[in-house]
Design a protein around this ligand. Structure first.
Ligand SMILES: Cc1cc2nc3c(=O)[nH]c(=O)nc-3n(C[C@H](O)[C@H](O)[C@H](O)COP(=O)(O)O)c2cc1C
Length: 758
């Protein structure tokens, strides 16, 4: 029983899930014909654009092994598009080199796993596919022969939740294709597995029913088999036009969140019962309470390990640096940090730093609005801690040799592509593996088999079991536990290296927005970031951790970091000028309008102001160079906590106002009680937008203006979006749905642009 299995991924999760489906299919007696969605017969993609995540060719990993971590460090952002070229050749893992599929003639059922990127866009590898199926000349029965099931991946922190999947779902329906299984929408914000696992579990029955009905009567019809948690996780495609549908999503209670809160309630219930039974007893990462402690557990099967790892002779320094060159994306630029400034005062809640990079010895170039990536290492202390805990400290300089087990039955098994052929153990843990990633359940499951102590083993089993889902969410995922935390909490767990390499995801470069214009600062690039700090709770102690990249950068610049007023040059101090490696990111639409007379509204609280500083610098220089040109109004809605502590770029903004570059500056202070008592001004940027709603609507609707939003998805993006809906609805006298349509049109016209991260 063959089915066609397509995936469209940006960073690898959809691919990992599709591979998991393929593996499970074998056990269930099906055969999955797996392809990247770009491998359509009619879509002759250039080879470099296939199959990977932003061009990375991913090694086959188990379900969820590739997760995106360090979200607070702007890893997940709202504007990634296009593919980056990488030095490494495509591996045999990429089926693009082997075969193609053809939906027009396909008779087998189709299963699609598709994620979302950018602001509600399908992954880069699906762009041509989407374009093709949107072709208006296709007849409405073009896919009438197709029966399909679709799993969308997304993150509900983003405005257009799972929109990549919704677009494809919608178009397939329009062209006559029908579901043989309900669509699932998995939410990375609360844990993809909450929907993915039951969706896959229900897929097999749906496929069987489909094949049975085809044997019997030629085609399946009637009611759709539903995923086990279909009422929570799935919904059929709706007939409304897509952008609106995706925005209406905002008004609904998010299903996976509901599921999550149910899990947490269950957790609370467990806890309540346990404390009744045992007095003060509190469940924790290392021990559960009843009823979980007494429950019989359903534990996922463990796929056999497919990698084998040998430690060879120690590597020399030169070979090690060669490893660095081959392990990173290309092109990579090595640049000195020429300046470091602390933009916030010492009593601010968050510390914001500005770094200046010297590009004079490279040909790296950028436009205001662009982003770039910083390649960062894991903290040395954590790497040494991990090596020590794994009893591998003695072999830290030894070369790691990775091979696929000769007897593996894993199709397409290959060593992880993010580990270079010649590298030492220490290099691998420092530059290649995301040791801070929250271990997925499959990883916890693998650890069970390497834990000798009975109670510890039982607790790990609970944490990866169906019955312990709430505990996993609470004590591992929400607590942001990492591998080292787990190993410290479970001292008898001694996993071999191959298990770690199969489960630890790639350490991803961190993206940042350029916060300068090269017109204003030739050969320089500025960027800003908050120093990320959080408490990681292990059973014994709470450890204060810093973000992988921001923590590292902060340490690098500490010797010459100066407060705002005394910004210093790195080379003026005694410390040697540190260098970092950066890589360009694909150009995006987040640019100033081509027509300089078009009015612009910028909304950027906190570090979301970064690209707008670049815009303003750029515009100021253009105004100097072209005094007769007609330049449109520039509005900036900025927000911070305290006027005196974290009002970023205060002097620069005042300067732009005086110069006339910035025509309207609206600043809201969320925690400055003194200021708010005086006049009750708006607390957040969205309040400020509402206050100036009439003018905002005028700029956008009558003057054909542009609105840009940059910042943190959690605290800002949805609220700003909702405020805009309200403003438009009020100003045009239309209902919310109509207002959403207007905003969707602005988005389609690239006049409503977001750069958000979670
Ligand atoms: C840059 C970026 C943009 C994203 N944009 C959206 C979005 O607009 N809507 C959404 O639902 N999810 C969005 N996501 C979340 C991803 O779809 C989600 O994390 C998914 O699991 C990634 O799967 P992949 O690794 O297969 O690409 C975004 C993630 C990133 C990193």
């Amino acid at each position: 029983m063959r089915f066609l299995l397509l995936y469209a991924t940006q960073r690898g999760q959809a691919k990992a899930i599709a591979e998991e489906i393929r593996e499970q299919a074998v056990v269930r007696g099906f055969s999955a014909d797996l392809h990247c969605i770009s491998e359509s017969d009619k879509l002759p993609f250039p080879l470099g654009a296939h199959c990977g995540s932003s061009g990375v060719i991913l090694a086959p990993l188990r379900l969820f092994a590739l997760q995106i971590s360090a979200h607070t460090e702007r890893l997940a952002r709202g504007r990634e598009s296009g593919t980056v070229c990488y030095a490494r050749p495509l591996s045999s893992d990429c089926p693009a080199l082997r075969s193609r599929y053809d939906l027009k003639t396909e008779t087998a059922p189709l299963v699609v796993v598709v994620s979302t990127t950018g602001t509600g866009d399908p992954p880069d590898t699906a762009r041509k596919f989407v374009k093709e199926i949107r072709d208006k000349t296709l007849p409405s029965d073009f896919f009438a022969h197709l029966r399909y099931g679709l799993l969308g991946l997304g993150d509900s922190e983003y405005t257009y939740f799972c929109n990549g999947g919704k677009v494809i779902d919608k178009q397939l329906q329009k062209l006559g294709a029908r579901h043989f299984y309900d669509t699932g929408h998995a939410d990375d914000c609360v844990g993809l597995e909450l929907v993915v696992e039951p969706w896959i579990a229900g897929l097999w029955a749906a496929l069987e029913k489909h094949f049975r009905s085809r044997e019997g009567q030629g085609e399946t019809n009637g009611s759709l088999p539903r995923a086990p948690n279909a009422s929570l996780s799935t919904e059929a495609a709706k007939p409304e036009s897509l952008p609106i549908e995706s925005q209406v999503e905002l008004l609904r209670l998010d299903d996976s969140r509901r599921k999550d809160s149910e899990a947490l309630e269950q957790n609370e219930a467990n806890r309540g019962q346990s404390s009744t039974l045992t007095g003060d007893f509190e469940p924790s990462l290392i021990c559960s309470g009843p009823p979980l402690a007494q429950a019989s557990l359903t534990i996922p099967a463990l796929p056999p390990a497919y990698l084998q790892v040998h430690l060879q002779e120690p590597l020399g320094q030169e070979e090690e640096s060669q490893a660095f060159v081959t392990s990173v994306e290309q092109p990579v630029f090595q640049v000195p940090i020429s300046k470091a400034v602390q933009l916030t005062t010492s009593d601010a809640v968050k510390t914001t730093l500005l770094l200046e990079l010297d590009l004079s010895k490279t040909d790296f170039s950028y436009q205001p609005g662009d982003a770039f990536s910083v390649l960062c290492p894991n903290s040395d202390a954590e790497v040494q801690g991990l090596l020590h805990r794994l009893q591998l400290a003695g072999g830290r300089n030894h070369r790691v040799l990775l091979q696929v087990k000769a007897d593996t039955r894993k199709r397409g098994a290959a060593p992880p592509q993010h580990i270079p052929e010649k590298c030492s153990l220490q290099f691998m843990f420092t530059w290649c593996l995301d040791i801070r990633a929250v271990p997925r359940k499959a990883f916890v499951r693998a650890l069970v088999d390497h834990t000798s102590d009975g109670p510890e083993k039982r607790r790990l089993q609970e944490l990866c079991s169906k019955q312990g889902a709430a505990d996993y969410n609470h004590f591992i995922r929400d607590a942001r536990v990492c591998l080292l935390d787990l190993l410290l909490a479970f001292p008898s767990c001694q996993p071999p290296l191959d298990i770690l390499l199969e489960h630890l995801p790639k350490l991803q470069p961190r993206p940042y927005s350029c916060a300068s214009s090269s017109l204003c600062h030739p050969d320089k690039l500025h960027f800003i970031f908050n120093v990320v700090e959080f408490l990681s709770h292990t059973p014994e102690v709470a450890i204060l951790r810093k973000g992988v990249c921001t923590g590292w950068l902060t340490t690098l610049v500490a010797p010459f970091l100066q407060p705002n007023s005394q910004a210093s040059r790195a080379d003026s101090g005694k410390a040697p000028t540190p260098e970092i490696s950066i890589a360009p990111r694909a150009a995006s639409a987040f640019r100033l309008p081509d027509d300089p007379s078009a009015p612009v509204i910028m909304v950027g609280p906190g570090t979301g102001i970064a690209p707008f500083i670049g815009f303003l610098q750029h515009r100021e220089k253009l105004q100097e160079q072209q005094p007769d040109e007609n330049f449109g109004e520039m509005w900036l809605f900025f927000g911070c906590r305290h006027k005196e502590r974290d009002y970023l770029f205060r002097d620069e903004l005042r300067h732009f106002l005086e110069h006339g570059t910035l025509t309207h500056l609206k600043v809201s202070f969320s925690r400055d009680a003194r200021l708010r008592e005086e006049k009750a001004p708006p607390k957040y940027v969205q309040d400020s937008l509402q206050l100036h709603g009439q003018q905002v609507a005028k700029v956008l609707l009558r003057e054909h203006g542009y609105i840009y939003m940059c910042g943190d998805a959690k605290n800002m993006a949805k609220d700003v979006h909702n405020s805009l809906v309200e403003i438009i609805s009020k100003e045009l006298g239309v209902d919310k749905l109509e207002a959403m349509k207007t905003l969707a049109t602005l988005k389609e016209e690239k006049r409503y642009l977001q750069d958000i991260w979670s």
